[in-house]
Design a protein around this ligand. Sequence first.
Ligand code: RTP
Ligand code: MG
Length: 140
Amino acid sequence: MAIERTFSIIKPDATRRNLTGAINAVFEKNGLRIVAQKRIQMTKAQAESFYGVHKERGFFNDLVSFMISGPVVVQVLEGEGAVAKNRELMGATNPANAAEGTIRKLFAESIEANSVHGSDSAENAAIEIAYFFAGAEIVG
Ligand code: RTP
Ligand code: MG
């Protein structure tokens, strides 16, 4: 499988509980390299645009409020089949349905406060990476 990149966010519920390192350890133990990373406070406009695909959903306003409720860590992860590998490591959106050992099973608080975001396709990964990082900030 080819080396590819995916976009990840460590969400506010996780930064609040000081879990950045514990989550990064899961990535690194499983062959994903953190090739870019920064801690930011997302603006409301950024969160609304990032999650624009969900704007008609009932949970949209709550999701935006949650994503700006504290700092997040945005990241680029690189490795073999990184998009699918990261989705596997994250586990199901709802931690109640997440497999043992996944990040959401280990750390998520609820379906909303579920600790991590990961791109769901290579195409979206490229869009999401470009939304938060300049090319020179990514060092493979
Ligand atoms: P993500 O985009 O954050 O990686 O998560 P995902 O693909 O597993 O889930 P998605 O369906 O794209 O939903 C995006 C995020 O919205 C919140 N959510 N809340 N209250 C609810 O019913 C609900 N459903 C989804 C979660 O934070 C989810 O990760
Ligand atoms: Mg999603």
